[in-house]
Write a new protein. Structure first.
Lengths: 132, 321
């Protein structure tokens, strides 16, 4: 039986941390944007963004999106062993695409509300990844 | 664009100026390959083009299937949606917008857009209000779309796209009542394709079906806007011609007969020449006392046309009773 090395533990810990960070971040995006656009349109936009990035980052398809919000439970279970940088890239791609869609719909209106809260957290994720 | 959709859009448009400061309001609605852009009538053409381009791009980004802009048939319909005094500047250019998909049950049927010739004209509160309006509009439009598709199933014959017999009966009831009440003319034209059984037997039912569709189209194109063309059953068609006396309806029927006779129906590899027999009855000329009697009279006249050698028009004669 292979022993769990210190490196493995650190990697797993980082993956969990990145997943938690993005889980909170997406929940925050959901809260802010659903108040502006409504849950049903936001659900549609999230589904489109996930579908768009599905080929490049298949793990994103494990996210559950409904009018109730986003759940990363299934994704967390399956992605613990993924490299944190890969998780980070996938979520970064998703967030960029969401911003692209938001800006197509309402130019800067949504971004203006989102940037102050979301950008620091994206930076935080980048910091965690770069520390590793 | 259907009447119901126009009504909803117009009602939304006239109420929006109370909520937002904007230059124009637009609704882009997809019906098959056609995109309808419904917009404020004072929009200058250049502004309309910018708005259309922007809305189609949003629809493309959000749509699951890629939209080929060159293949689209865009129809712009303009209505007065704002009070007359708030006219648009003819030089206005699109500077900012809010565009939302009209989505119900995960399906996007179009989008709505608030447009302005001012930079940064909209804020988060505008978006909040506008998304509520968009949500309500999408749900209402979806409801009407569903209602209209059920209505279509109930009144149209699926093979020919003509009205079905059930709708014909209803319509005839209304027209007969009107004719009795006002003393106006009403003609009924009953038409049967001669030797149609041979087409089915020799060329097969798919060809027969195609022939029925072609004749149906020919009939639709041969009558006036106020006339009703229906498939009565099998290879029989029936036409309700309000305000048409015997002479006028005979002319229409004769025109149809000649037109069918002259047409070579191309169905697949085959070219078929056909003829039709036609019977006519009329109110008040033939003194029918009910719609059933008027139908019976047209049927007797049709029977006479068949008996007389087919490919002819016969008007009801009281001796046929």
């Amino acid at each position: 039986m292979a022993s769990v090395t210190k490196e493995d533990k650190k990697e797993k810990w980082s993956a969990d941390l990145v997943l938690d960070l993005y889980s909170n971040l997406l929940a925050e995006i959901w809260e802010i944007v659903s108040a502006l656009l409504g849950e049903s349109i936001l659900e549609l936009i999230f589904a489109l963004a996930i579908k768009k990035l599905g080929d490049k980052y298949p793990f994103l398809a494990l996210m559950k999106v409904s009018e109730e919000g986003i759940s990363l439970d299934g994704l967390k279970e399956n992605c613990r062993n993924m490299a944190p940088i890969e998780i980070h890239r996938g979520f970064q791609g998703l967030i960029n695409h969401l911003f692209h869609l938001f800006s197509a719909l309402a130019e800067g209106v949504i971004s203006r509300e989102l940037f102050p809260k979301v950008l620091p957290k994206v930076r935080e994720a980048e910091r965690i990844i770069s520390q590793k | 664009m259907s009447f119901e959709i126009e009504e909803i859009v117009e009602s939304a448009g006239t109420n929006l100026p109370n909520l937002f400061d904007f230059s124009s309001f637009g609704v882009l609605w997809k019906e098959g390959p056609t995109l309808y852009l419904y917009q404020e009538e004072s929009c200058p053409p250049s502004f309309t083009q910018e708005v259309a381009k922007n809305m189609i791009s949003v629809l493309t980004i959000l749509g699951e299937e890629s939209v080929d802009v060159n293949q689209l048939n865009l129809q712009v319909e303009k209505r007065r949606l704002k009070p007359k005094q708030i006219l648009m500047d003819p030089q206005a250019a699109l500077k900012s917008h809010l565009t939302l998909p009209l989505a119900a049950e995960g399906e996007i049927s179009g989008c709505i857009s608030l447009n302005s010739d001012q930079l940064n004209a909209f804020d988060a509160q505008d978006l909040q209000f506008f998304s509520v309006i968009g949500y309500q509009m999408a749900a209402t439009l979806k409801h009407f779309q569903r209602f209209s598709s059920i209505k279509n199933i109930a009144i149209y014959d699926t093979l020919t796209n003509l009205y079905n017999r059930r709708y014909f009966e209803e319509r005839l009831g209304v027209e007969v009542k009107k004719a009795f009440h006002t003393g106006s003319f009403l003609s009924l034209v009953m038409l049967d394709i001669d030797h149609f059984k041979k087409v089915n037997d020799t060329l097969g039912h798919p060809v027969g079906d195609r022939v029925l569709y072609e004749i149906g189209s020919l009939l639709k194109n041969s009558v006036r806007k106020k006339d009703t063309v229906a498939r009565y059953g099998g290879e029989e068609f029936i036409l309700i011609l309000p305000d048409a006396n015997v002479e006028a309806s005979s002319m229409i029927a004769e025109r149809i007969r000649r037109s069918v006779e002259k047409t070579s129906f191309e169905v697949g590899q085959a070219q078929i020449n056909l003829t039709v027999s036609i019977g006519i009855s009329n109110l008040p000329s033939h003194r029918a006392r009910s719609k059933e009697e008027l139908v019976k009279m047209a049927d007797l006249a049709l029977y006479a046309a068949k008996g007389g050698g087919r490919n002819r028009v016969c008007v009801f004669d009281s001796n046929q009773r």
